[in-house]
Write a protein that binds this ligand. Structure first.
Ligand SMILES: [Zn+2]
Length: 137
């Protein structure tokens, strides 16, 4: 088994609520992260940082990210979405597998997400993930 928790998630070995999967990209919410309502987008293959993506992989990841962003908006009603990327130790990461955080935030200039996912638990994540999947085109 891989020591990388995101490689484990991508292969279904770690607990995660999946919002999107294809041959190259996986997107999920993970209850063990500090902000479990974030959607994480990762390549299936282990790449440590953004600098380790070749052009084709970068394009595929970003196309999937846009698709997921649209589905999050359709599912949650939020217009604003922060996309965050941090690199390795310099970005205070403790998982060294490239990932984008998608953080749904605003609707009409108001923060819409007041769901307390941290306390709501896994069933809430699974429900939201299913809702996002249902809005995927
Ligand atoms: Zn990995």
């Amino acid at each position: 088994m891989s020591h990388c928790i995101f490689c484990q998630s991508a292969s279904g070995q770690a607990l995660a609520s999946f919002v999107y999967e294809d041959d190259v990209v996986v997107a999920f919410m993970d209850i063990n992260q500090p902000n479990p309502h974030k959607v994480l987008v990762i390549p299936r293959e282990h790449r440590e940082t953004i600098y380790d993506l070749d052009d084709d992989l970068a394009a595929v990841i970003f196309q999937a990210t846009v698709k997921i962003a649209r589905a999050i908006r359709a599912a949650s009603g939020c217009d604003g979405l922060n996309i965050i990327q941090s690199n390795g130790e310099a970005g205070q990461q403790d998982v060294f597998h490239f990932h984008l955080h998608l953080l749904p935030r605003y609707h009409n200039d108001e923060i819409v997400l007041d769901w307390d996912f941290a306390r709501s638990g896994r069933d809430v994540l699974d429900r939201f993930a299913a809702d996002i999947r249902a809005h995927m085109q």
